[in-house]
Design a protein. Sequence first.
Length: 497
Amino acid sequence: MEPTPSAVADLFAALARHGRLIARGDLDDSRRTGIEIGGHVAHVAGLAGRPMRTQCEGPPPRPVALAMAKALFSVPHMSRTLSVYSTRHDAPLFDVTPSMTDALGLTATELDEIRTDVDLRVSGVLKQTRALHWLWQRAGNPRLQPEALFHMLFPGAVGAPAQRFTHRGCRLYALVDEDVPPPREALYLPWLPESGRWSCVPDTHFAARFVDPATIRSLCRGIGASDEEVRDMLDQMVCTVPNADHNTFLDHDRWRGEGWAALTGLGRAHPSAAWLSLPLASDGLPPDGWISQGEGGLALSDARRVFDRHAMSRVTIMMQGLYAELCARLLLGETIAPDRQAALFDLAPYVQRCLQPLLDWAAAPATHREIADQIGADVRHVGAALATVREGWLKAARASWGGVPTEERPYTVQSILVTHLAITQASLFRAWRMEADNRAPHHRVLLLFFAHYAAAAPVGRLWRPENGRLPPPEDVIAEWFWGTWQRVLAARDADGG
């Protein structure tokens, strides 16, 4: 086996051992294995990563240019409009000029549209913050007397109310005592395999649809927003965290609280990715021609393509959460702590957990009845057909989407994703630590650039064949960030910025 697939196989073996140790409650050995996992991650990144390229001969590829433009127009808002732990001189201003269009290879019209879109996203964060303060003032003093706000947000809730409320930026937190609290990673990875044991999932315990309509109407009038807009803001705003460890959660949630998620679209709280592990309704996958009743009986067509399409959407959401978790760690300035790598890289159970609802759907009697009713077939025939379909889907889930590299199959979607994640983490931290250019700091631009790029880039690009072969591992930070940043700074200098 080639060096990179072999290193990835070693990483998955260490992750599997770590999982077994955690399940047995062997914390000492699990910590040692966690440090070993960090070494494997660094080894994979070292094998598959690339040197940091500091110059670009011409404009970058279009996805890179779009992500950089969005970052350039976002960073002043993070430092000024939203007042994110910074001072005015930390945020250079970038304008739409001929030099800038040449640097990025985008038209002035495209840049204007990007700037307008960023401004609209910022206005949404500001309106959400106003909504938060309206609720806070209407409820009296929720920090010391939480009952009024609790019953306003959680009408009819069973159990003890929040111990207290607090807020940071545009996020409102209900601090509750939890018997089985989730880890802080649950903020961005609510579908983790152990989520069924948690007392509550941070961003799914609250649902705006249950809030009293009279409260919604008052809030609409108070901030000048529509009913739909207010409910969406509440879903983005309200989060339940363990009272005993709330500061850790609030710090880890800076990505959302400060508005980074809202500006980039990466890691937004609603809709929550927790749905990935929930059962599918019996009508969750309509037949749409892939299973039909014909003169000769049931006909199946492209069942594997149906599975791959839904698997792609699920794995995409999973990766968005992992990207957001990575951004949250970088925003805190955390080092690449070896003992915290498992939660980010244990993709084997993550992939299977995200795909399991598709397999359960095919096996459920309620599904068989639903499909039979839709296509006018005998439910027994549908059950037999879907049993065959499920067998093929199970093989795809375990050997194509999931699976550890082997001599016979050195690459699976799971192994490609973990390699990509290891490279991305290493390059992000490497670029973050680079000495800043005297003309402007790059740290916030880097974080915004990556988040904008990751939010828009289709996951399938990582394994889409090029000339009949698997593409090399993507390292967009090492390949394009610094060189594009230098082109932008040079354009700003040319314009007298």
